[in-house]
Design a protein around this ligand. Structure first.
Ligand SMILES: Cc1cc2nc3c(=O)[nH]c(=O)nc-3n(C[C@H](O)[C@H](O)[C@H](O)COP(=O)(O)O)c2cc1C
Length: 92
C-alpha cells in the first residue's frame, strides 16, 4: 500500500495514526441513515471546549431538499470535492 511505503514513523506509534488520511474523492454512493447515526453517535463523544456539551449535528443527504444550501456554505475548493459526498454535516 502506498501509504505504508511513504509514511515511516520515527518512533513506534500505532498504525492508525500513520495510515490515517483525509479523503476528498467520493464514489457518489449514498449513505444509509443508520450509518450516519452511528458516525454521529461516535462524534458526540468527542471532547468539547469547557466540557460544554451537547454537540449538535445538522446533516443533509446528497440530492435531497437542502443539499444545495449546505453546499453553498462551503468555499469553492471544499465545494469541488464535497459535491460528490453522500452527506454533509454541520457541527455545532
Ligand atoms: C484544522 C484543519 C482544517 C482543515 N481544513 C480543510 C479544508 O477546509 N479543506 C480540505 O480539503 N482539507 C482540510 N484539511 C485537511 C488537510 O488539508 C489535510 O489534512 C492535509 O492535506 C494532509 O493530508 P492528510 O490528512 O491526508 O494526511 C484540514 C485539516 C485540518 C487539521
Amino acid at each position: 500500500m502506498a501509504i505504508k511505503t511513504l509514511r515511516i514513523p520515527s518512533y513506534p506509534i500505532d498504525t492508525q495514526f500513520v495510515e490515517r488520511w483525509s479523503p476528498r474523492a467520493f464514489t457518489l454512493d449514498p449513505i444509509d441513515e443508520g450509518t450516519v447515526l452511528i458516525i454521529l453517535e461516535a462524534a458526540r463523544w468527542a471532547p468539547s471546549s469547557y466540557n460544554s456539551q451537547p454537540w449538535r449535528f445538522v446533516y443533509v443527504h446528497r440530492d435531497t431538499d437542502h443539499w444545495d444550501s449546505f453546499l453553498s456554505f462551503l468555499n469553492d475548493f471544499n465545494r469541488s470535492w464535497a459535491v460528490r459526498a453522500a452527506a454533509i454535516v454541520v457541527v455545532m
